[in-house]
Design a protein around this ligand. Structure first.
Ligand code: FES
Length: 248
């Protein structure tokens, strides 16, 4: 992990919930992979400087420019210089020779899936994204046009659900902290019903972003209890194999 600085070049409000920021960054940050994020400290907070950093998640990368997405409620303005710790987290583990990927955003904006979907669909992977609850407010034009969008219901059903699970070579789910035990546990039960004989490593992964404090594996605030050990979302995640997770 390195500490660098980045310059905000452009800010775009893309919906009521999110804004996208183009950053000029240190060349080392152009090595970030989907799943890895920036931990940002800002200095123009109207006379006070927050102790905790903000998690900025990349959604696109072009030569010399990294685009991140953050909540529209956060102040951001061009020409601001921010301190950046990165990378936070590991690349999302994509299974070898994957052809079909199922993404589920359950009451959470699908920002963490955008860069991954763009990267994989460019490589010929067929992607289906299920949007449920708050996720349905995300502006679909920001997603790669190749991504198939499916609207889910509050009771966790969507058209051809069994077929989408059978078809998928890997399933990733994103939910806010208060829903993770229920949604991630439910997903694991469902894939175990469908894949009764084998559940390969990383077939079903949940994304964990909550409770990040240091972002560097030092404070333990982001612990995820696993059957064999304690994992840290900031160091072992954000994508964690749900087979390993203890649901309480
Ligand atoms: S946020 Fe401190 S260990 Fe993960």
């Amino acid at each position: 992990m390195r500490e660098t600085q980045a310059l905000i070049e452009r800010v775009r409000r893309v919906s009521a919930d999110v804004q996208q920021i183009d950053l000029a960054v240190d060349p080392a940050l152009m090595q970030l992979k989907p799943g890895q994020a920036l931990f940002v400290r800002r200095h123009n907070q109207h006379g006070w400087e927050p102790y905790l950093r903000e998690l900025w998640i990349p959604v696109d990368m072009r030569p010399g420019r990294l685009t991140v997405e953050i909540a529209s409620s956060l102040d951001a303005a061009p020409n601001e210089i921010v301190d950046v710790l990165s990378p936070v987290g590991r690349p999302i583990p994509v299974r070898p020779r994957i052809q079909h990927l199922l993404l589920i955003a359950d009451d959470a904006l699908p920002t963490p899936f955008v860069f991954l979907a763009r990267t994989l669909s460019g490589g010929g992977v067929a992607i289906t994204l299920v949007l449920n609850g708050l996720a349905a407010r995300y502006p679909l034009e920001l997603l790669s046009p190749e991504v198939e969008i499916v609207r889910g219901d509050a009771d966790w059903s969507w058209p051809d659900q069994v077929a989408t699970f059978q078809w998928a070579d890997q399933v990733l789910i994103l939910a806010p902290g208060y829903r993770q035990a229920d949604a991630y546990g439910r997903l694991l039960d469902r894939v175990r019903q469908i894949r009764t004989h084998d559940l390969p490593d990383h077939y079903a992964c949940g994304l964990f972003y909550d409770r990040l404090a240091c972002g560097a594996g030092a404070c333990g605030a982001c612990e995820v209890r696993a059957h064999d050990t304690l994992l840290l979302a900031c160091a072992d995640g954000p994508a964690i194999d749900l087979k390993r997770v203890v649901f309480r």
